[in-house]
Design a protein around this ligand. Sequence first.
Ligand code: CAP
Ligand code: MG
Length: 411
Amino acid sequence: MDYSYLHLGERVDPEKYVVCKYRVTTKLPMEKAAESLAAEQSTGTWTNISTLEKGIFEKYGGRVTDIDGNVVTVAFPEDDFCVEVGAVPQILSIIAGNLFGLHAIDKIRLEDVFFPRSIREGFKGPKFGASGLRKILDRPERPLVGTIVKPKIGLSPKDTAKYVYESGKGGLTNSKDDETLVDQKFCPLQDRTVKIAEALDRLESEGHKMVHAINVSTSGHKIIEVAEKAQAWGAKQIMVDVLTCGFAAVQALAEDRSIKVPVHVHRTMHGAMTRDPLHGISMLPIAKICRMCGGDALHVGTLGIGKMEGDRQSDRNNIDACFDRSVGYKEVMPVCSGGVYPGLIDKIVKAAGFDVQIQAGGGVAGHPGGVRKGAMGMSQAVDAAFLGIPAEEYAKTHDELKIALELWGSK
Ligand code: CAP
Ligand code: MG
């Protein structure tokens, strides 16, 4: 039986469907490509099948409801998904599965996804969220300002803790392990965590609140145990590389009752999916799903400023997804990182607003005055942006910022 998946112009009930927007590049007529996409991801395959009864098709078939140029909208019935489990893997197998490899489609990119309440309610979202992080740091309004310990690998636990202490003395609110540092011989996780906890306690006794995210990225059957141990050794925040560990790892950490510290979500490897404007998965669906799974802070890009590929509107959309009040979760702290240095702060704040965590690795560790002065330069740049004072003006009375501007400029 030849069923058509085309329902152009149909207005589906958003509470009964998962609605996806795909950017499609194809030599076929767009309707044909759209149909093959909807069929493959729901009840069809490459040819008609005798076992597909009309009832099954009508209940579970994907529906192509709109084709606007090269953007195809497909609505998947909520019953295609395991709503009671709140499971990301099966959701992704539908909305971002075989479709990327279909011969009928040259390139395809999942640009956005909208989930019905019945699916959203299967997820708990962030435990702390942006406001919870601000409460821990006693920093109600200003952007959070952080660093990534550099070099990303190679430092001893002692030198890593010293870096954290120095960056705290320079006024930073956050530091983190880099995405490639977890539990290597040169810096065992336990030793590093204990020494960093001691540094943070010392900072707090000297009147400065700061958190450091310990990277617990590891295999699925171990990650909770590793996070529990890191917490027991004094970790005040944990970090997980969501795309190398999986969304389910973020969800497990965020939903586990024994984990009582915020979860910082790094997105390393995302470029393999997000970079090609015509093929892969845009950061927007990734951000929405990370929030559902419970990330408290998430790397969202630097609005087209800094070293990583990205553009202002796309990264703005990612930030909006972190704060979207319509989805019923706590808000996520957007993290702007990647090639950032003090001279870029006012541009990032102008584009992103104050409700962000701006962080720099090279932009702190590369300061001629060392880590503490590098941290001071970043903190001063954030203070200037918050107060609405041009960095060059503020630098007249803040030497560490002045030196950073002289070294790296503000472009
Ligand atoms: C930044 C960083 C971050 C990336 C992440 C790095 O270091 O630690 O992991 O910026 O990028 O390893 O490059 P620098 P994104 O500050 O020295 O560039 O936030 O886009 O995922
Ligand atoms: Mg990094």
